[in-house]
Design a binder for this molecule. Structure first.
Ligand code: 5GP
Ligand code: MN
Length: 344
């Protein structure tokens, strides 16, 4: 079963095809603080639709990290936080809005009113559990590694494997690669590797993609990482847990750029015996909480309960609206409360 093409309801695919071909303008969008899967999925589908002669525009709620800016046509993505008027106009005459890699309108933050009021049909293409907002056509599969993998499945079933051109393949591969930590988690489906193989057959260079994404950091970012691990990490072996906290001042000191802390939360999980890791990052409005777990501890439930967030079982996010000090104090109490599950 595992190696089979994803089984997608044929009538749903036909419905999507009809909507795509009838639409005069299609919007492809993703979540706030987009990661490699968000941008890779948007661009992956964009290149497919463009090749089909369809009129698609890409919109992101805010800017994306520079380690994704090399992706083909990334510069065509409209950024809501920079150009609100243009994005509002784009939504104004769209017939179809495709939401990729998120499943609740609130995940686009300040842009959510556009999803709420749009007259366009809303399509969901996502791999997170339990869609929260209404969508007209839903492709929600949690068994895939990433939304980018799902984009491959949908696009190839709609238009055939030939519809995935080189630019699309590079984007989709980047999405799968970043969401699986370079094929190290969330990729126990044989099919994920089969799709990676099909993408490589399009001529993409895996080494180059790795290098563009992971060997592209600034000196400041590397120093911020070193500082985070040396000065801002607290380990609790008794709870198999650890956290890192970064204040606004810390970020300023290292000339923080969007995307610089991407991946930091994974480091404590490399410590022997640590199964739960949390990164607290302070900004002007709240403390951003990023959670990762290994095994059975549900990071998403923890985030839903305490941080008004959600996500996957092993990778989730949320927000804390009290001070950093208060947030950390509360978190240490929560570790005690959840000691049994953390040690299970
Ligand atoms: P990250 O820690 O990288 O921001 O997010 C990890 C995972 O949790 C991603 O799959 C992301 O989409 C999801 N996530 C992050 N923040 C939130 C949030 O506030 N609400 C929900 N529902 N999911 C989130
Ligand atoms: Mn994803």
């Amino acid at each position: 079963m595992n190696n089979m093409t994803l089984r997608i309801d044929q009538s749903l695919l036909e419905l999507l095809k009809e909507e795509l071909t009838q639409a005069k303008k299609i919007i492809l969008t993703s979540h706030y603080n987009p990661d490699g899967d968000a941008i890779g999925s948007v661009l992956g589908l964009y290149h497919v639709l463009k090749q089909q002669g369809l009129n698609a525009e890409m919109v992101s709620p805010n800017d994306f990290p520079t380690f994704l800016s090399w992706l083909p046509d990334a510069s065509n993505i409209l950024i809501f936080s920079k150009d609100k008027l243009r994005v509002e106009q784009t939504f104004g005459d769209a017939d179809l809005v495709i939401c990729l890699d998120f499943n609740g309108y609130k995940r686009v933050e300040g842009m959510s009113y556009l999803l709420e009021v749009t007259k366009a049909k809303r399509v969901l293409i996502d791999h997170h559990p339990e869609p929260e907002s209404p969508f007209d056509i839903k492709f929600s599969f949690t068994e895939v590694s990433s939304t980018a993998e799902l984009v491959y499945e949908i696009a190839s079933q709609l238009f055939g494997d030939n519809a995935i051109n080189y630019d699309s393949a590079v984007s989709i591969f980047t999405g799968i690669m970043t969401d699986t930590g370079s094929f190290s988690y969330a990729c126990s489906r044989e099919r994920t590797f089969e799709i990676a193989g099909k993408l490589i057959a399009k001529g993409i260079k895996v080494e180059d993609i790795q290098s563009n994404v992971y060997n592209n950091f600034s000196e400041n970012r590397m120093k911020l990482l070193g500082f985070s691990l040396a000065e801002r990490m607290k380990v609790f072996p008794e709870f198999k847990a650890a956290y890192i906290w970064l204040t606004k001042n810390d970020l300023k000191k290292f000339k923080y750029q969007i995307g610089d802390t991407e991946g930091f939360v994974n480091y404590p999980l490399s410590i022997n015996g640590i199964n739960f890791s949390v990164l607290f990052t302070e900004n002007d409005s709240y403390v951003k909480v990023s959670l990762r777990s290994r095994g059975n501890f549900p990071a998403n439930e923890f985030s839903r309960k305490y941080y008004n967030g959600g996500g996957h079982k092993n990778a989730a996010g949320g927000k804390s609206f009290v001070s950093m000090d208060e947030t950390l104090k509360q978190f240490e109490e929560l570790l005690k409360i959840h000691s049994n599950e953390l040690n299970a």
